[in-house]
Design a binder for this molecule. Structure first.
Ligand SMILES: C[S@@+](CC[C@H](N)C(=O)[O-])C[C@H]1O[C@@H](n2cnc3c(N)ncnc32)[C@H](O)[C@@H]1O
Length: 278
C-alpha cells in the first residue's frame, strides 16, 4: 500500500540519520554527498575504540611525566632569558624522547583547507595516541548556542557530549574562565596554553586535523576517553579540557586521536569527520 511504503521509507531514513555520528555538524551537511566513500563505519558503539582506555592512560601518563621533568628544568633554570622558540624546542625534544615522534601545525597540503597537523619528526606507530582534541566540554543538555555560531571546531562525541576546540573569540573566553574557576590554589587542573602558539602539551593540536578525502584516506581516528581519578593531580595541568559546568558529576571527557597505521615524518594527519554506527 502506498501509505505503508511511505512510512517504510521514512522509518529507514530516520534510522539512517540516527546512526550518523557526525563529528562536525556544519561540515557533514555541506559535504556528505560529495564524499560517501570516506565515511567511517563501525558495527557497534564499543567498536569505535581502537585501543583500550588503559593503553591511552599509560601513554599519556608516560608523556606527562617527561613533560613535567622538562618544565621543571625550565622553571628552575634561567627561564627569563629563554626565548619562546627555545622552550618549544625543549618541549618537542621531550615529545620525541618519550613518544618517538613530533607533530606540529602547518599549512595544509589541501587547497583552501587552512592549517593542518603534520608528523614533523620520527615515526608514529599504528595504535599510538597521536594528538588530543582540546576544548570546553559540554554535556548534551548544556547551552552552547552562542559559542557554536559559525564555529567549525565544535566536535560531537558518540554519546552527544560536545567539545568546543575553538582557540578564539567567545570560545576562548569561556575556556579560560572555566579553567580559572576550577584551579586549586596554585595548582592548575587544566592547561590553557593550547590557546597560544606554544602549547606546553604539544599533543593538544588535534582540533586542526583536517577531514580525509577519496584521494587522502584517514590515517587517524577520534576516540573518546574519560580521564580516570587515578591520574595524579600534578599532571592535570597538561589536560587541555575543562568542564563547562562547575557541578559536573561525570569524569572529565577528553578526545584523543589514534593512528590507524604507521605514519612517517612529513605526512599530514587526516581523520574522518563522520562515523556511522550500524
Ligand atoms: C576543525 S577545522 C580544521 C582546522 C582548519 N583547517 C583550520 O585551519 O582552521 C574544520 C575546517 O577545516 C576545513 N577543512 C577540513 N577538512 C577539509 C578538507 N578535506 N578540504 C577542505 N577544507 C577542509 C574546513 O574549513 C572545516 O570547516
Amino acid at each position: 500500500m502506498p501509505g505503508d511504503w511511505g512510512g517504510l521509507v521514512l522509518e529507514r531514513f530516520r534510522l539512517k540519520w540516527k546512526s550518523y555520528r557526525h563529528r562536525f555538524l556544519p561540515w557533514i551537511v555541506l559535504n556528505i554527498s560529495k564524499n560517501e566513500k570516506t565515511l567511517r563505519h563501525v558495527q557497534e558503539r564499543c567498536e569505535d575504540k581502537l585501543v583500550p582506555d588503559e593503553e591511552v592512560s599509560r601513554n599519556l601518563l608516560h608523556f606527562f611525566r617527561v613533560l613535567h621533568r622538562t618544565n621543571r628544568r625550565v622553571e628552575f633554570g634561567n627561564f627569563h632569558s629563554q626565548v619562546i622558540s627555545d622552550y618549544e624546542r625543549r618541549v618537542h625534544d621531550a615529545m620525541f624522547q618519550s613518544l618517538g615522534f613530533c607533530i606540529d601545525r602547518k599549512p595544509s597540503t589541501l587547497p583552501d583547507a587552512g592549517n593542518g597537523v603534520f608528523v614533523t619528526r620520527g615515526l608514529v606507530p599504528k595504535g599510538a595516541t597521536v594528538a588530543m582534541y582540546p576544548g570546553t566540554i559540554y554535556q548534551p543538555y548544556e547551552p552552547i548556542l552562542l559559542q557554536s555560531i559559525r564555529n567549525p571546531f565544535v566536535f560531537r562525541c558518540i554519546d552527544g557530549v560536545l567539545v568546543d576546540g575553538n582557540d578564539k573569540g567567545i570560545s576562548k573566553m569561556v575556556y579560560k574562565s572555566c579553567s580559572g574557576r576550577d584551579r586549586m590554589g596554585p595548582l592548575m587542573t587544566s592547561d590553557t596554553t593550547w590557546l597560544t602558539v606554544t602549547p606546553q602539551n604539544p599533543l593538544a593540536v588535534g582540533q586542526y586535523v583536517n577531514n580525509c578525502s577519496n584521494e587522502r584516506p584517514a590515517n587517524v581516528c577520534y576516540q573518546e576517553y574519560d580521564v580516570p581519578d587515578t591520574l595524579p593531580m600534578e599532571f592535570r595541568c597538561y589536560l587541555p579540557n575543562v568542564n563547562y559546568s562547575a557541578h559536573s558529576q561525570r569524569p572529565l571527557r577528553c578526545v584523543v586521536l589514534v593512528s590507524l597505521r604507521d605514519i612517517t615524518a612529513g605526512e599530514e594527519l587526516f581523520s574522518n569527520y563522520y562515523t556511522i554506527v550500524h
